[in-house]
Design a protein around this ligand. Sequence first.
Ligand code: NAD
Length: 271
Amino acid sequence: MTKVGIFGANGRMGRNLIQATVEDNNALLSAAAVRESSPFLGIDAGLVAGIQEQNIKTSADLDQLAKDTTVWIDFTLPEALELNIKYCVANKLNLVVGVTGLTAEQEQQLVDASQHIAIVYAANFSTGVNLLYKLLEITAKTIGNDCDIEIIEGHHRFKKDAPSGTALALGKVIANTLDRDLDKVAVYGREGDTGERKRETIGFATVRAGDIVGEHTALFADIGERVEITHKASSRLTFAKGAVRAANWLTGKQNGLFDMQDVLGLKEVNL
Ligand code: NAD
């Protein structure tokens, strides 16, 4: 059994992670961390998630929580992640990271930490989106150089970073497949007299509205036809289930930085 601890247990993702862990046959919820100031401090984790009681009370005392946990899952925010990484390294505990909007320094912190512990870090833990990465490789290889490529994403009104980590990851897959440098070819939104579109650019458009869980479309448009590849998440539970799957997969791993493609075995799939 994987003994799973959840950082930010009262967050939108935190609550889904509690549920996904409880529903997984190979995982056991062992700790639920919240902030000292949280109104959810000291409450049963099951009740925080809106499911039956789990006999695990939320706590802000990480040293106490460390005792019985082998893998932590972090879907908090970048500033919290920095401390959580240090905590996991100090206690030699593996870590699943779903936080998006990381700076280059924060990503480097993950790389450095992965010399000491095993980490799965992914901008999107849904199986469908990870399959999408593979479909984009095929599409980019086949028609990418003949098409205008745009990525359109939509999320709920509370999301803080834009474009989404997943949209950027989709852009990276396409750019790498076409031997382009995403930093040079990405165009983030357009306004005013932009001039004609340059063929090699990859455009990003962001929608923020209501309760959209997460929608991504990669558009490959030529004159006369276009291909649109879309993924729509309708429940956060799909990300949470993927993260718990990653936590189970980390069992027994000593160190290293992995992604969801590793967890799903998609890297071995040849096109
Ligand atoms: P949320 O605001 O509902 O929850 C954030 C949690 O982090 C809360 O529990 C909050 O108390 C905690 N937190 C924030 N700042 C903190 C701090 N300084 N110290 C300690 N705890 C702190 O957000 P959410 O919608 O659950 O999203 C959380 C993150 O997960 C975001 O980065 C989001 O983009 C990402 N996300 C990733 C995926 C994926 O598949 N990788 C899917 C969905 C969301």
